[in-house]
Design a protein around this ligand. Structure first.
Ligand code: HEM
Length: 187
């Protein structure tokens, strides 16, 4: 797992439960003394152990934790990789190009890396369908990530439906809507 995800997971926990929590989580995961850098790659098992320990520290189940983290992390990730996002994109354009964005980011570190299998299709003007398949079973992150992306582009995402397939496969349908313009203060 790419360090940008693991290191931001630490930042998320620092913000969510306070800086002491990381010590508890890393000890609970059996990874004391380990540091995580955004520029390195780490074994998937370490992210999984950190998630499990964080369940205990936050009181959230793995899927709720992943969804909340997914929403939180979109702002920092988009800021970090902003140079890859052409001006004028909206949330729909960004999400429809998600597979290519993941591939480009992962291949910067490892030319042979395979991006998570997240296929996004536009269905009608404001609706999109997302198919996820990965042995990592992190589909729940998508629930928050789409909301976080929408918020970044000043839009709101609503989940219209979801269904689980076999072996970690998952399908989601979201609706996107631009937020109403803020009233300007006159005077
Ligand atoms: C600029 C925005 C984004 C960046 C920079 C980014 C980057 C990454 C990176 C580096 C990983 C680790 C993959 C690996 O190590 O193999 C990852 C994982 C993941 N990302 Fe993103 N991501 C972004 C947006 C999104 C969005 C919008 C979604 C949802 C539609 C999403 C869903 C996921 C999921 C579910 C995983 C877990 C991987 C798995 O299950 O195999 N990401 N992302």
């Amino acid at each position: 797992m790419h360090g940008v995800i693991v290191s931001n997971f630490k930042r998320y926990l620092d913000e969510f439960i306070g800086t002491d929590a990381w010590g508890e989580v890393i000890a609970g995961a059996g990874l004391e003394g380990k540091t995580y850098l955004p520029v390195a790659l780490y074994p998937d098992e370490e992210m999984e152990a950190l998630l499990k320990a964080a369940e205990g520290a936050t009181g959230l189940r793995r899927d709720d934790l992943l969804a909340d983290f997914g929403e939180w992390v979109m702002g920092p990730l988009i800021d970090m990789y902003q140079a890859m996002i052409p001006p004028g994109w909206d949330a729909m354009t960004f999400l429809v190009n998600m597979q290519q964005i993941h591939e480009r980011i992962l291949r910067l570190k490892d030319p042979a890396a395979r991006a998570p299998n997240i296929l996004v299709h536009k269905r009608g003007e404001d609706t999109l369908e997302i198919h996820y398949y990965s042995h990592r079973n992190m589909a729940a992150m998508i629930l928050g990530a789409v909301k976080g992306v929408a918020a970044y582009f000043n839009e709101t995402a609503s989940l219209l439906g979801s269904e689980a397939g076999e072996g970690g496969e998952q399908r989601f349908v979201f609706h996107l809507e631009a937020n109403p313009a803020q009233a300007c203060e006159v005077g």
